[in-house]
Design a protein around this ligand. Structure first.
Ligand code: SF4
Ligand code: SF4
Length: 341
């Protein structure tokens, strides 16, 4: 990681925290920090990706502004985190993602033809070609980021540490409203954020499961979409879609109420783009379900597919990557907790 103003500020603040240690029960960042004497490079990236920006340490801090020490852990770690995203990303792929997103949107908008079924509007082979190409690119770009961050964090295979990290990820352990006895104003928001995040994460997984089951129906059973309302792909997609409406809307609402002093304003567009794409994709998917027997099916299908393509093509360069890097940071943390430094 190159030495930047944020890196220097992060090292200064964490050195103060390491002497103070008042917040050590709040999250994984402070116990991990206490294993270190100096803060630079890979260590800063690791700590920044452990932080989920709840801001509870900021409100607890006796050295926060207007104190002369001006300690603001959530904001400096957010800045370092954003730099780490750029560092890990496959930089040449950024333009490819933009071209894919734009090309897919145009392809779906202009590929319209008439017919009562989905595949009359968009031929199945065309859909497979577009999404197959985008998926190959997205998987490669995400894998590059994951390998780079895993290498920097120094993670390795350890079954118990993996199980611990997976449990932390699946339950959002460190969004359970601060440390023991925390009574700061963000406590309520952390709890709400945790549940909205759960709606988003599990909603995304259910939609993915719906697509996978639909592919099995198509290729394994020879059953073509659209499927009945009570079929497994539709039920999974409906529950997932509702989660992807509630979760991103709730996260956006919380973001609007957030104290700007504790956030990195430069990340607003990245966050809002991701939340908007998730929400719009889900909304058009559910509308497609309602309109599928009407004349509104064809335009809604095209809009929905264009949004899905844009969402997928931009995954490696948006907020989505935080899930990968935070999971790997939690794995590193679990390894350290087991004495594996
Ligand atoms: S954030 Fe403030 S109170 Fe918490 S450990 Fe750092 S210096 Fe101490
Ligand atoms: S903002 Fe929250 S997660 Fe980040 S270091 Fe402070 S208490 Fe921990």
């Amino acid at each position: 990681m190159p030495q930047t103003d944020s890196a220097a500020e992060g090292a200064r603040i964490l050195t103060i925290c390491n002497a103070c240690r008042y917040c050590e029960g709040y999250c994984a960042v402070f116990p991990a920090m206490e294993h270190r004497r100096a803060f630079a490079g890979a260590d800063l990236n690791f700590l920044a990706n452990l932080c989920h920006n709840c801001a509870e340490c900021y409100y607890a801090c006796q050295y926060a502004p207007p104190h002369a020490f001006a300690v603001n852990v959530p904001r400096v770690l957010a800045e370092i985190r954003a730099q780490s995203y750029r560092q890990y990303a496959w930089s040449n792929g950024r333009y490819t993602a933009g071209v894919f997103a734009l090309g897919a949107v145009l392809a779906f908008v202009f590929a319209r033809s008439a017919g009562p079924r989905f595949y009359d509007v968009i031929p199945h082979a065309f859909m497979v070609a577009v999404f197959g190409t985008i998926s190959g690119f997205v998987l490669a770009a995400l894998a590059i980021g994951a390998i780079r961050s895993a290498k920097e964090f120094g993670v390795r295979w350890d079954t118990k540490a993996l199980a611990r990290a997976a449990a932390d990820v699946l339950t959002l352990e460190y969004l359970r409203s601060g440390g023991a006895g925390c009574t700061y104003p963000t406590e309520r928001h952390s709890g709400a954020r945790r549940w909205f995040h759960h709606c988003t994460f599990y909603g995304f997984l259910l939609c993915f499961a719906s697509t996978t089951v639909a592919a099995l129906y198509h290729y394994g059973l020879g059953r073509l979409a659209p499927y009945p309302y009570t079929s497994l792909p539709v039920l999974l997609g409906t529950f997932g879609g509702v989660g992807l409406l509630v979760g991103p809307a709730g996260l956006y609402w919380l973001k609007r109420r957030r104290d700007p002093a504790t956030a990195d304003a430069n990340q607003n567009s990245m966050d809002l783009t991701f939340l908007s794409l998730l929400f719009a994709t889900s909304l058009t998917g559910l509308l497609l379900l309602v309109l599928r027997a009407s004349s509104g099916m064809a335009p809604m299908l095209l809009i929905h597919l264009a949004l899905v393509a844009a969402l997928f093509a931009t995954l490696p360069y948006g907020k989505f990557v935080h899930g990968i890097y935070r999971s790997l940071a939690l794995l590193r943390y679990a390894l350290e907790q087991r004495g594996g430094r």
